[in-house]
Design a binder for this molecule. Sequence first.
Ligand code: HEM
Length: 456
Amino acid sequence: MNNMQAAQHKAAQLPRFPQRHLEHIPGDYGWPLFGHTFEFLRDFQGLVNRGAAQYGPVFKGNIFFQRGLTMLGPEANEFVLRDQAHVFSSRAAWNPMLDKLFTNGLMMRDFADHKLHRRLLQQAFKKPALSSYMTSMNPHIARGLSRWPTGKEFSFFDAIKSLLLDVGAETFLGLEMGPEAKQVNEAFVAEVDASLAVLRVEIPGTTWYRGMKGRRFLEKFMTDLIPQKRASNGTDFFSELCRAVDEEGELTLSDQDIMNHMIFLLFAAHDTTTSTLSSIIHALARNPEWQDRLREEFRALGKDHLDYDDLDKLESTTWVFKEALRMYPPLPTIPRRAVEDTEFNGIRIPKNTLVSIVPLHTHYMEEFWSNPTRFDPERFSPARAEDKKHFYQWVPFGGGHHKCIGLNFAELQSKIFLFHFLRDYQVSVRPGYEAPYQLVPLAMPKDGLPVTIRKL
Ligand code: HEM
């Protein structure tokens, strides 16, 4: 058995509940029973900052009835995410929240098994595949945008969520918009909503019931389509995955694996990109000089659509994308569970401890970022290169073994949207407006981000 297989075996043996004996670690467990749960939901950033000020970069706490450690800073990010010793399980940390709805998705796989599946999935994220997704995304996004209302306020968050769902049905699944795509989107939304449900029993009328019904619908829908997709030479993501083989040309994914991966990928891609584009538009509406700058960059290409080779030419757009992800990483915290005793900077982390790193906290550390609360995309320019002090100081996509496999996809989709949007529209918010943000479980504007757009 090699190291990875041994780690996988240990992860599978972990008890259902995480370690509770953390007496030797600074911190407190908050209120009886509920611990810090309410503060976590109300003011996550404040909770972490207070913990750091009182106890230092590693401290214990209690959220949603689970005791665990918060580990702060780029060094901790590297230790946990890079996981050179193969001691941190992603599956054991995410499964309690996601296993019923997103069974055996890539993030819920560990070590040797994860490596194998990740290699196969990687095929659908290579340059030729990404270029072909762009071909269908360009006209679809432009068409969708032309239906947005001008001259009156609307919720950007709701509008982009719905547009990305429609684009996703085509890019991921190869579906034409129509009743079938609508049904798939509704099942998917029910499933995503259920991932936040507290009551997890299938009682008709509950969010959980609707979510599990959505899951079963998608399972059948995907499974029925697989033979057709395997035989097709379609350029959608689903077809790519059905044809994926490893480098030796031997291994392929089973029907069940494809179905599970597809359902998880839709989930991993959708709300994260919705959140990112909302943060970008929030920043651009409040900083119109950056809208002008990006618009000029797009117009300088002299084209009516974006191709893969244009992406790297969009320097200012890349900085804006990175800066929005720095200020509002969609996943502000990332959990793992230790499969055996380990040690970080002299602190013993017992087997089965739930640990969480906090990208959001690292993204505001004054040691790494000048004036971190300010929207300042040029901090990513080669001249300033503020992001280059530590490899793990900017981690909206995580890092190491489980680093987001869709990061290029997210960037190209965001750029295509911004290209069509800013060339044709000016976006504004009410004077002095600043969105009230919900940070956990996913960063999003609580009020839906009311904006007004004007056709140029
Ligand atoms: C800006 C948008 C996105 C953000 C901020 C984001 C963020 C993340 C983060 C932080 C992780 C690591 C989680 C962990 O280590 O536990 C992750 C993993 C993942 N993401 Fe993304 N993501 C985005 C878009 C996407 C898209 C568009 C896709 C698919 C097309 C995708 C697919 C995945 C998958 C499959 C994983 C699991 C990777 C693994 O376990 O090896 N993500 N993402």
